[in-house]
Structure formats: structure tokens, C-alpha cells
Ligand binder design. Structure first.
Ligand code: WTA
Length: 630
């Protein structure tokens, strides 16, 4: 970890980049912003449209439940769509969408607004009103952002469940959010195969009584079960007179909820992270504009699924607020060949590409010939998110995809933070593997257990020390857990759950999660979810999940399982358990390996010591085992 060569600046921006960049002097801007963060954010908020301006920029009277732009009236749709209808942006493309099967669809800002109005009219006709929750479980098609925007427009709270999740995950999220309407599709395509979304939804709905109506988008056009009086095809609803015409955007309080997004925490089932209309729009638009230097002539390709926070902030809301053109691709990057993304970059003239280190490592494996087949000269900026990027992958991305010219913007942030927290900008010197410096207006520190700052190069807990506009407003229906999980370790400081170090130049290096949250291929999961999926299998009595380093995925899940008495471990049972986890949570949660054991290392208070399991599995010293039960 203390290898000095890793700390070297390896990319200095060319003069031209600095000259033309949106942010020319990052340090200077940070200094100014951090001298008075609310003043900085107020200035940024002034760039957006509001029905009524705020009385107060930051209300910290109920900290850690901070409020931003109190008294202001707005709606994120006012900025993402409405205000563009009166400018040249109206005729610009909002989305260029390519299906895995080659289908192509584009929507201008005008057309997107029209579609959103229609969808909003349909939702209204189903009785959805301000404050109602709507669950969205969809493949990566344009109706997904359209549905999100339609909810926001009428003040409903969307809760998007990633289309790769399965029955249990969907069921839990529908029930917890107490959603009235579910928006889904007959199916989706991935790697040429159909994912039976409606079938999964039907199973989830067997036990979720709150859903009154299901709207089904036709993607595969395969026959699916439609329950009379509950399920409606979207295209049929659209044909009704009720869907026609415009739909007024509902005026919201800046602090009114915009969406819930379920994410894994330290314990138990995933919890809903809440974001609001006012501060969120300021955070996502400012960070995207500064960190990626986005301009009207750019074509932005963020490969994330809208079902995760990256998609919410940087496929849907951020780019639309800036009036940018986004490329959305439905399927897998290796389908039918591993040059699909490179072909898309060439074909649609992508200028800024934002993806995960896992994807970079995965595509790197296929060699340079695939990208070299395509003209990628349009790219000017690259970015990554979700996990630390190893210097080898950074170099390949920069050299092969970015011609050795494009900066790699390594953005560190979380579902809870809403927008980038630690990131470079294109005019800032880079060190491969470091997310560089906190964004202007953001203050981060690395602390030891006692709350003191650690020395340069030492590892510690990453915290954020001042509030920011796009911060979560808490865990839906569970304020105590929010305080406990994030604000109780260090008084007045937000605990990220990540460990990090800061080098002599003030560059931040993220090491990884310190809690029971795991990142696999950049996806966020919890060991508790995987363990509870395993024990729901009739053969399993106890289970523990850990991650081990994996060349492509960054981390891979390994589980230790104690079987019920009388059950024998076998390769067939191993395969069955892997499948079972996939069916309960989703394919992304499937363990790489299953080990049948007779016991698990536990503390005297009965907590599984995953640290010990991990050390054992890697043949490393077990560390302090003084609390280990005999
Ligand atoms: C990790 C994703 C290193 C980190 C936006 C964080 C990263 C968690 C980076 C949040 C990065 C995200 N470098 N690690 N650039 N970006 N992470 O909520 O562990 O899905 O706490 O949000 O991803 O995951 P989440």
C-alpha cells in the first residue's frame, strides 16, 4: 500500500484542455467554494429555474436532517424538461437509444416532454397523486426514464428496482415502499435472451397487496399473463383520450421527496434512500457540468442502468437538466461481439464515456483489436465509478480507448450522496487509481477510530464533514437508523463506510468498504441479503458471505454454508444453492464458490467474524482472534 510509485502524477492536462475547460483552476474554485459552501451552492442554484426562490439556503436546525433551499418551490422536471421547451434545446436530442437487437429510437427534448406528459396523464388516470409511491421494474428502454420523469412531474415518488433483481428483492422493495402502481415490461433482452420481467413481477405481487395497478410496456411482445382489472398494456392506455395533451408539472416544495432508491446497508435488508427535488437537482447538474465539462456539442454515454443511483443522477436527471444528449444502450457490452460499446461510440459520435472499472477490465480481456477497429477519435473525456480502478485498467482505458489523450475522471460517490463527492475535473493532474480531491463545496477527511485525522498515506475511515445539497434526506420511514448508521460514529460527520488514505499531495485513494456492504462488479450488495437468501433454502441452516479479490469483478462472493443435519454437501447442491441465490436476489448476487463447513468463526456474542473467514480463505494471518469463541 505504501508503494511510492503509485502516488505519482501520471497525467497532466494539456494546455488546451485547461484553457477551454469549464473549471480552469480546480484548487482556486475549491478554495472559494469551501470558504462558504452555502454561498457556493446558492450561486449554483441560481443557474436553475424555480417557481419560487428559497428563504434559506441551508437549514441545519435539525441536523443531521439538513434541509436545503427551504421555502423554495420547484420540480426537477421544470429544469429537466419544461424550461428547455422555450429554448433551442427543445429541438436537440435528449436520448439516442439502441436496443440490443439493433433497434434505434431517438427523442428530442420536445418529444421526450410529449411522452412524459402522456405517461403522466396515464398515471393520473390511475389515481396516482402527489406523494404516492410508484415502483418501476424495467429493462433499459426509454420508457424507464419516461416513467421516472412522469412520476416526478406529478409529484409521485418513484422507486426504481434494477431489472436484474429478482422476486424477493422486488417483493421486499414494493412492500416497504407501499407502492400503489407497478410499471414493468413483458420482458427485456440481455445477451440475446429474454428476461421474463412480468413473470418475476407476478410472483413478487402474489404477496404484495399494496399494488392496485400494473402498467406493462411491450418490449419482447411475447405473451404474458395479464390479470384483468389489475394489469394494462401501456400502448393501450396511451390510445385512450385521457392520455392526450399536455400535463402540468406539479409545483413541489424543495424538500418534497423525488425518489426512493433501495440500497444495501450494514445490516439486514436493503433500505430506501430518500432524495428530494430541490437540493438534488443542484448537486447533480453542478457536478456533471464541472467534472465532465459537458457542453451542448457533447454526446454523453453513461453505461449505467437507470436502476442504480448512477443512472438516476447521470443518465436521467443530470444530463437532462444540462440539456445534453445521452446515449442509452439496452444490452450487454459483449453482445454479439466485445466491440459493441466501441461501435456505439463511433456510430453516435460519443464524446464522453462514463462506465465502471469492472467493465473496463472485462473488455480489456478481449484485447486491443476490438476497440482499434473503430474510430474513437470523438472521445475527449472518460470516466469511471463504483469501485477503485486499478492502475493497469486505468492505463488501458486511457491509452487504448482514450488515445493516451483523454483524462479518466474517477468519481467517488454513493447512493446516499446523490452526486460526485471526490472527483477530478479534466483540467486537473491525475494519478491513476485516485479519485483526486473533494469537489468544491465538499469537505472530506480520513479519520482513525478516535476521530483524529490519520497521517498522510495511512488508512482510515472516510467521512464528509459538511452538508451538501444532494445529500440523502434519510432512510425512508427509519430516521433512527439513518442517524445511527451514518452520523453516530463521529459527531457531526457523515460516515461513508469506506476506508481511504490521503497522500502527501492531498489526493484521496479509496480502498474499499469497511462494513458488510460489498461491491461486486461495481454493484452494491450486502452480505446479510446473500446470507438470508441462502438460509431460505431448505438444506441450509447457517451461512456466511465474504468477498475475495477477483481479476475482472474486483470482488467475488464466496459463501460458507452449514447444512441442516442429515444433508450432505455435493457439487449438485453447490450448483443448486448458487441458482437459489440468483433466483431470490438476482444473478449479480450469485456466489462464485460455496464451501460446506461444520462451524463458523464467531465472537462470543455470536457475530460471524467474516474477517477471519476471509483471511483463512486467502491463507493469510487471521489477525486478532481474542474475541473468537472456542
Ligand atoms: C464504492 C455508486 C472507489 C464505494 C455511485 C462507495 C467507489 C460505494 C467509487 C457506493 C470510486 C463508488 N472509487 N470506490 N470512484 N465510486 N465506490 O451506493 O465503496 O452503489 O461507498 O454508489 O461504491 O456504492 P453505490
Amino acid at each position: 500500500m505504501k508503494d511510492k510509485s503509485r502516488n505519482r502524477v501520471l497525467w497532466t492536462p494539456p494546455e488546451e484542455t485547461v484553457r477551454t475547460a469549464r473549471v480552469k483552476d480546480y484548487e482556486k474554485l475549491r478554495k472559494r467554494a469551501n470558504a462558504d459552501p452555502p454561498a457556493f451552492w446558492e450561486e449554483r442554484a441560481g443557474e436553475l429555474a424555480w417557481y419560487r426562490k428559497w428563504e434559506k439556503v441551508l437549514d441545519d436546525s435539525e441536523a443531521p436532517f439538513f434541509k436545503w433551499f427551504t421555502g423554495a418551490r420547484t420540480n426537477v422536471v421544470l429544469n429537466a424538461l419544461d424550461r428547455h421547451q422555450k429554448t433551442v434545446v427543445r429541438n436537440r436530442l435528449a436520448f439516442i437509444w439502441e436496443g440490443e437487437n439493433g433497434d434505434l429510437r431517438t427523442l428530442s427534448y420536445f418529444a421526450l416532454n410529449r411522452e412524459v406528459c402522456r405517461f403522466a396523464n396515464v398515471l393520473k388516470s390511475m389515481g396516482v397523486v402527489k406523494g404516492d409511491r410508484v415502483t418501476i421494474y424495467m429493462p433499459r428502454v426509454l420508457e424507464l426514464p419516461i416513467a421516472m420523469l412522469a412520476c416526478a412531474k406529478i409529484g409521485a415518488i418513484h422507486s426504481v428496482v434494477f431489472g436484474g433483481f429478482s422476486v424477493e428483492a422486488l417483493h421486499g422493495r414494493i412492500e416497504d415502499s407501499d407502492s400503489k402502481v407497478l410499471i414493468t415490461a413483458d420482458g427485456g433482452y440481455i445477451r440475446g435472451k429474454v428476461v421474463p420481467l412480468k413473470e418475476i413481477a407476478d410472483q413478487a405481487l402474489e404477496r404484495a397487496a399494496c399494488i392496485e395497478h400494473v402498467i406493462v410496456i411491450r418490449r419482447t411482445c411475447e405473451d404474458v399473463n395479464m390479470e384483468a382489472g389489475r394489469d394494462y398494456y401501456y400502448d393501450e392506455l396511451l390510445a385512450l383520450p385521457i392520455a392526450k395533451g399536455s400535463c402540468p408539472t406539479v409545483e413541489m416544495d424543495a424538500e418534497d421527496p423525488l425518489f426512493l432508491l433501495y440500497t444495501s446497508g450494514t445490516t439486514g435488508t436493503p433500505k430506501a434512500i430518500l432524495h428530494t427535488h430541490g437540493g438534488y437537482q443542484v448537486g447533480v447538474s453542478t457536478t456533471l457540468e464541472f467534472a465532465f465539462d459537458l457542453r451542448p456539442e457533447d454526446r454523453w454515454f453513461c453505461t449505467a442502468d437507470p436502476g442504480w443511483i448512477t443512472g438516476h443522477s447521470y443518465v436521467v436527471y443530470g444530463p437532462l437538466i444540462l440539456g445534453a444528449t445521452s446515449v442509452i444502450y439496452e444490452g450487454a457490452p459483449t453482445y454479439p461481439y466485445p466491440d459493441r460499446w466501441w461501435r456505439i461510440c463511433e456510430e453516435y459520435g460519443v464524446t464522453v464515456l462514463y462506465t465502471t472499472p469492472t467493465a473496463v477490465r472485462g473488455l480489456m480481456r478481449f484485447g486491443e483489436a476490438w476497440p482499434n477497429r473503430h474510430d474513437l477519435s470523438g472521445l475527449r473525456i472518460l470516466g469511471t465509478v463504483g469501485e477503485p480502478i486499478n492502475p493497469e485498467a486505468w492505463q488501458w482505458y486511457h491509452r487504448v480507448i482514450g488515445r493516451g489523450e483523454c483524462p479518466v475522471i474517477d468519481t467517488w460517490w454513493q447512493t446516499e450522496t446523490g452526486s460526485f463527492m471526490i472527483t477530478p475535473v479534466p483540467s486537473f493532474p491525475l494519478k491513476p487509481g485516485s479519485a483526486t480531491r473533494p469537489f468544491p463545496g465538499i469537505s472530506a477527511e480520513v479519520l482513525d477510530e478516535k476521530g483524529n485525522r490519520v497521517a498522510p498515506g495511512e488508512e482510515g475511515n472516510l467521512v464528509i464533514t459538511t452538508p451538501w445539497p444532494s445529500m440523502t434526506r434519510g432512510i425512508y420511514k427509519d430516521p433512527d437508523r439513518y442517524v445511527e448508521q451514518y452520523w453516530s460514529t463521529y459527531k457531526g460527520k457523515y460516515l461513508t463506510g469506506d476506508s481511504a488514505r490521503v497522500d502527501e499531495d492531498g489526493y484521496f485513494w479509496i480502498i474499499g468498504r469497511k462494513d458488510d456492504v460489498i461491491k461486486v462488479s461495481g454493484y452494491r450488495l450486502g452480505t446479510a441479503e446473500i446470507e438470508s437468501a441462502l438460509v431460505s433454502h431448505p438444506s441450509v441452516s447457517e451461512a456466511a458471505a465474504i468477498t475475495l479479490p477477483h481479476e475482472i469483478k474486483g470482488n467475488a462472493i464466496h459463501v460458507f454454508v452449514i447444512l441442516r443435519s442429515g444433508v450432505q454437501g455435493s457439487p449438485e447442491l453447490e450448483a443448486e444453492l448458487i441458482e437459489h441465490v440468483g433466483k431470490e436476489i438476482g444473478k449479480i448476487a450469485r456466489p462464485e464458490g460455496v464451501e460446506f463447513v461444520d462451524g463458523l468463526p464467531k465472537t462470543r456474542s455470536g457475530k460471524i467474524m467474516r474477517r477471519v473467514l476471509k483471511a483463512r480463505a486467502q491463507g493469510l494471518p487471521e489477525g486478532d482472534t481474542s474475541t473468537l469463541e472456542d
